[in-house]
Write a protein that binds this ligand. Structure first.
Ligand code: BGC
Length: 740
């Protein structure tokens, strides 16, 4: 039975009391989080010793209910003070039930959907005894070479902030300690998405304007939504490693934003301050991290030595103060009390089995996969297909690949529960439809192995075929079929952490397969399984849809979309470049010098994207009319409402993401040609018109100016755009006067 919720005053009294009993070594222990990696027995033995000795505050990666319970019993029953452990894990897009990857959820432009998905992820995680998710990743990503783009919400701070806050609410519910929820840990503070060359972990150099206007807002939104934890990033930010960066972790996070949760480093990032050639040695690294504002060290993986072990020495030599140590310990213990761990530390193993992968969880995964797909092409209205179609050839290395369908950053799924695209199509058509399948080409391989091969499941089956023969077979199947459905993209180990790329080409021989199938002339649907824009070298399939890594029920969702039981309504959360050489290519760029050449700054091709941010087609069509402002002229500090009428002009019920953009014409700094400041995904019956209203509040009209080095809202003129993507749409003008 749940115990009554303790008040914050009671919690603080209990924290102070507990701390009065603790040795310095036990305090340092509370600030240390250890890995246990499946199969690494020696590491587990060391961890058990540390837990017994009261030298561990938290463990990560234990993800088995009985094992969590066993380790918690050691902490509570065998350590001197019996302080329970916080169990943390990467619950990125589901625990057992795989939801679509976070970038896909962003493509739904439906924050409440992201909230629902993370609430289920939290419920499954909490049931096995986890208390804390290393998520959401809220890093803005404008370089698709960076594999971790898939973990976030794409390139835009406004969409990113909405998704960040929604996911925090999903993980945590209305408070830390809410039943069936876990602590959210937005990461990686800050700027990780801007690593040089898109190379993972590489250094980051960002202007203050970029930080405040683009990279910080999702963190701020996550904190305002109540996030209990923040993870500090690995890389150097403007020369100072993020995990030793006092300006970032104290001046901005605490002083400016009032964050009152605890900060954990990324894995080994405290010890790494030495690797960065920033700290003199590991003990110095611990001092620098703690003094910068880190509260807990995630120790280096595979038994690496925790830097925070040396904190007692640092205290003895006066390099850290007892006040700072106590502050960090109090933050961690406060979370343990808020989570109710002192009253109910153990796991109900039998109950957890009943919670994982319920049908209701799968239903949300299905809805999420349907809502996150983005239709990019549909020549001649090929889609939706008729269920009575005579024959379909389903081709490609990812058409029947369960592990890839779940995507990266999920480790405890059950592949037998995953519906692949092939299985989804087979289940959707009647007996009269012939469905043929070929893998098309071997599953492409990485140059070097991934460190993220799933450690809990058997290795992904290696599919190796004679590519020439298989391409020829696929062509023959396509020729005989009424429609070819190609499922191409990247294997899940080719994206995510440690999975950056120097090209956006289809890996392996998939491009050859694509070209050969298109050359048959059979109408072809290209379904793309990845989490970044790819370069298809101008290939023009009849229809093309991003299905991302759609999760447990992904294949079923895809079939529903193909046959029209679901209508695509997602929109791209990033600008899709024509060519890798254009990167970075944010839609929210400055007008700059010679704006008349904006479209031809390269001599060899247009400057603009292949598909713009916010773009996505439907099986229906929409008309925008009657864009109006509640007032054409406001004063600084006032709000205005922007309204538009949207009509479904097609014959199907469908959903449209109505988007509001602004452009400030002049001010103390130049502002982007367009910036997203509102969106609303609405459902419209055929012929139905709805009026959509967006508030434009002062906080949406302000920005951080490099000229004044602070937030400003200026007397100026704004262009206001409303439409179905970041290009085109209706436009009007808003004047903002100085305060009288
Ligand atoms: C990643 C984090 C993750 C951590 C624990 C790190 O390598 O950067 O995002 O939470 O590992 O798995």
């Amino acid at each position: 039975m749940a115990s009554p919720q303790a008040t914050e005053t009671e919690i603080q009294t209990r924290v102070a009391d507990l701390m009065s009993w603790m040795t310095v070594e036990e305090k340092a222990g509370q600030l240390t989080q250890y890995f246990t990696f499946p199969g690494v027995t020696e590491e587990l033995e060391n961890v058990e010793t540390e837990v017994r000795a009261g030298r561990a505050g938290s463990l990560l990666f234990v993800s088995d209910a009985a094992e969590i319970d066993r380790l918690q019993h050691i902490a509570v029953e065998e350590s001197r003070l019996g302080i329970p452990l916080l169990f943390a894990y990467d619950v990125i897009h589901g625990f057992r039930t795989a939801m679509p990857v976070p970038l896909a959820l962003a493509a739904s432009w439906d924050p409440s959907l992201a909230e629902d998905c993370q609430a289920i992820a939290a419920k499954e995680a909490r049931s096995i005894g986890l208390h804390w998710a290393f998520a959401p990743m809220v890093d803005i990503a404008r370089d698709p070479r960076w594999g971790r783009m898939i973990e976030g919400a794409g390139e835009d701070p406004f969409l990113g902030s909405a998704m960040a806050a929604a996911q925090v609410r999903g993980f945590q519910g209305d408070r830390i300690g809410a039943p069936d929820r876990v602590i959210a840990g937005p990461k990686h503070f800050a700027g990780y998405g801007a690593s040089l060359g898109g190379r993972d972990y590489d250094e980051v150099d960002l202007s203050d304007s970029e930080l405040w206007n683009i990279h910080f807002p999702p963190f701020k939104a996550a904190i305002e939504a109540g996030a209990g934890n923040i993870m500090s990033a690995y890389m150097g930010l403007n020369g100072v490693p993020a995990s030793g960066n006092k300006w970032l972790l104290t001046d901005v996070l605490r002083a400016e934003w009032g964050f009152d949760g605890f900060v954990v480093t990324d894995a080994g990032a405290a010890a790494d301050l030495e690797t960065h050639h920033f700290a003199m040695d590991r003990p110095d690294a611990a001092v620098r991290a703690l003094n910068a504002g880190v509260d807990m060290e995630m120790a280096p993986p595979f038994g690496g030595d925790a830097a925070f072990r040396s904190l007692p020495d640092a205290l003895a030599s006066g390099r850290i103060t007892m006040d700072r140590l106590d502050e960090a310990v109090a933050r961690v213990l406060t979370m343990k009390f808020r989570m109710g761990l002192f009253d109910a530390p153990f796991v109900d193993v039998a109950a957890s089995e009943r919670t994982l992968a319920t049908a209701a969880h799968g239903d949300v995964a299905l809805r999420a996969a349907e809502r996150s797909a983005v239709l990019l092409r549909n020549e001649g209205g090929l889609l939706p297909l008729s269920r009575d179609i005579g024959s379909i050839a389903v081709i490609g290395p990812f058409a029947d690949a369960a592990r890839d369908t779940s995507g990266p950053w999920i480790f405890r799924q059950d592949d037998s529960e995953t519906v692949t695209v092939l299985a989804g199509i087979r289940a959707a058509v009647g007996n009269g439809t012939r469905v043929d399948h070929s893998v098309g080409v071997s599953v492409p391989k990485r140059l070097h192995p991934s460190i993220f091969e799933n450690p809990f499941l058997p290795p992904t089956p290696v599919i190796e075929v004679d590519d020439d023969a298989e391409i020829a077979r696929s062509v023959a199947l396509a020729q005989e079929a009424e429609v070819a459905v190609l499922v191409l993209g990247e294997a899940e180990v080719m994206i995510g952490e440690h999975a950056s790329r120097s090209t956006l080409d289809l890996p392996g021989r998939q491009q050859e397969l694509l070209d050969a199938v298109l050359a048959t002339g059979t109408p072809t649907v290209l379904l793309v399984m990845t989490g970044r824009p790819l370069d298809f070298k101008g290939a023009q399939p009849t229809a093309q849809m991003m299905i991302w890594y759609p999760g447990t029920r992904g294949g079923e969702a895809t079939a529903n979309l193909l046959f029209g039981d679901a209508v695509p309504g997602g929109k791209l959360p990033y600008n899709w470049p024509r060519n890798i050489g254009q990167i970075p290519l944010p839609y929210a760029h400055l007008r700059s010098f010679k704006p008349e050449e904006t479209e031809m700054r390269y001599w060899n091709e247009p400057n603009g994207p292949l598909y713009p941010f916010g773009f996505g087609l439907s099986y229906s069509s929409f008309d925008y009319a009657n864009l109006r402002l509640s007032s054409d002229c406001i004063a600084v500090g006032q709000s205005v409402e922007v309204s538009v009428d949207v009509t479904n002009t097609g014959v199907r019920a469908a959903e449209e993401v109505v988007q509001l953009y602004i452009h400030q014409r002049y001010g103390t700094a130049a502002r982007p040609v367009r910036e997203l400041k509102g969106f609303n995904r609405i459902a419209l019956a055929p012929g139905e018109t709805r009026s959509v209203t967006f508030p434009l509040t002062p906080d949406r009209l302000r920005y951080w100016s490099s000229a004044t080095r602070g937030w400003v809202q200026e007397p100026t003129t704004f262009d206001i755009f409303v439409g179905g993507s970041s290009q085109g749409g209706l436009a009007t003008v808003l004047k903002v006067d100085a305060l009288a």
